[in-house]
Design a protein around this ligand. Structure first.
Ligand code: THG
Length: 364
């Protein structure tokens, strides 16, 4: 492929100078912004992530800010998850849905105050949906995209690196909780979260001019920890079963199909509740499954159909060779008739037919 031309529509980030200096080799576009996808190689990046610590420019996880007297009311209409149980320092993984229960996004939602929320969104313009509801109902809320750019610090040495920059207070942050911690005189939301299962944090950097100073501080403090620039890693995240909205699931899927039914527990009315209640009662017709693919596979750049003769029985949209587990790991959406672990199904890849085997669990 040729290069991506950055512009006002495919934005650089506050950390772009650091990412470029670190030798980024590939980008994708996500929420109209550059997202690095490779530094050394996806395999070498994965191996390093599992042993050391990486700093990820995930600015593209943009915040949909909902603020004002009706903020909680709007959040309750959008969120299948019980917002009344959310504590002041909590982050919630929220599968947002339309009136038919179709997934619109899967943000990490942060409660800043009773009248102030950020939804840290996956690729998609969720703010337009929020704005539409607020406008139609005449809600008293401000909706926008603030100057907030998440920086993830991931890997087994993340605690040590973060403690050196933000102090030992970071060690007390529990999973999907946050603290406000100072850096150069400004408080940032620092959460224990991130799109890997290697452990780590996300710093919500408010104010683009703090981007490079924080980037440089993390690299300066982590020389002996072998800190490197990294990015969400396609091998590690497939092994871990972290879903990618737009690839593994889309609007044609419900949270139950995605294994996210446990997050649909709101006792209050919300958009899509009837559809989700119906699905909870009957069970989904297809679900996300870990898949092993036999033989050599090339890059998965489109959705690969799973077929039984001429019948479509699902699809695979994420697949990669795992050096650690010695198999091709993949994430599939598989119809009920074929979702039993051990089932072997023909997979039509862009590189020819392969055999897919349904697994019972992800690799970590
Ligand atoms: N962090 C932040 N924003 C994000 C992402 C992130 N926005 C885009 C994208 N990632 C949203 N998707 C996910 C998917 C999975 C998780 C987080 C965001 C995740 N899931 C945990 C798991 O599967 O183990 C479960 C979380 C829970 O139990 O509450 O972490 O990564 N800021």
């Amino acid at each position: 492929m040729a290069v991506i031309t950055p512009s006002r529509r495919v934005r650089k980030t506050p950390f772009s100078p650091g990412v470029e200096a670190a030798g980024v080799k590939a980008y994708t576009a996500y929420n109209h912004m550059l997202l690095p996808t490779m530094f050394e190689s996806v395999e070498a990046d994965a191996a390093h992530l599992k042993r050391h610590v990486q700093v990820w420019d995930v600015s593209c996880e943009r915040q949909v800010e909902i603020r004002g007297p009706d903020a909680l009311r709007l959040m309750k209409l959008i969120s299948p998850r019980d917002m009344d149980r959310m504590e002041a320092d909590q982050c919630y993984y929220v599968p947002t849905v339309d009136a038919r229960g179709g997934m619109l996004n899967d943000p990490v939602t942060i409660k800043l105050a009773d009248d102030h929320y950020w939804m840290s969104v996956a690729d998609g313009d969720l703010w337009q949906y929020a704005l539409g509801i607020a406008t139609a109902l005449g809600l008293e809320v401000e909706i926008g995209e603030p100057d907030v750019s998440p920086l993830a610090v991931q890997g087994p040495k993340a605690d040590e690196l973060m403690a050196r920059v933000f102090g030992d207070a970071v060690r007390e942050i529990r999973f999907f909780r946050y603290k406000r911690l100072p850096f150069e005189g400004r408080d940032f939301v620092v959460a224990r979260s991130g799109w890997s299962k290697q452990g780590g944090y996300e710093i919500y950097v408010e104010g683009a001019d703090y981007g490079m100073p924080l980037w440089n501080a993390l690299f300066g403090a982590g020389l002996d920890l072998n800190v490197r620039a990294g990015c969400p890693n396609n091998i590690e995240r497939i092994e871990s079963g972290l879903l990618s909205f737009g690839s593994d699931m889309r609007r044609e899927n419900t949270p139950y199909e995605c294994g996210l039914g446990r997050f649909c527990n709101s006792p209050e009315p919300y958009i899509g509740k009837a559809a989700l209640a119906e699905q909870a009662a009957h069970g989904p017709d297809r679900i996300i499954r870990p898949i092993v693919i036999e033989g050599d596979i090339g890059a998965c750049t489109e959705s690969w159909p799973l077929v039984d003769g001429s019948r479509w029985v699902g699809q695979v949209a994420s697949a990669v060779w795992s050096p650690e587990f010695g198999v091709n790991v993949a994430i599939g959406m598989v119809e009920k008739s074929h979702w039993t672990p051990g089932t072997r199904i023909e997979l039509q890849t862009e590189h020819g037919p392969r055999m897919a085997v349904v697994q019972d669990k992800f690799w970590r």
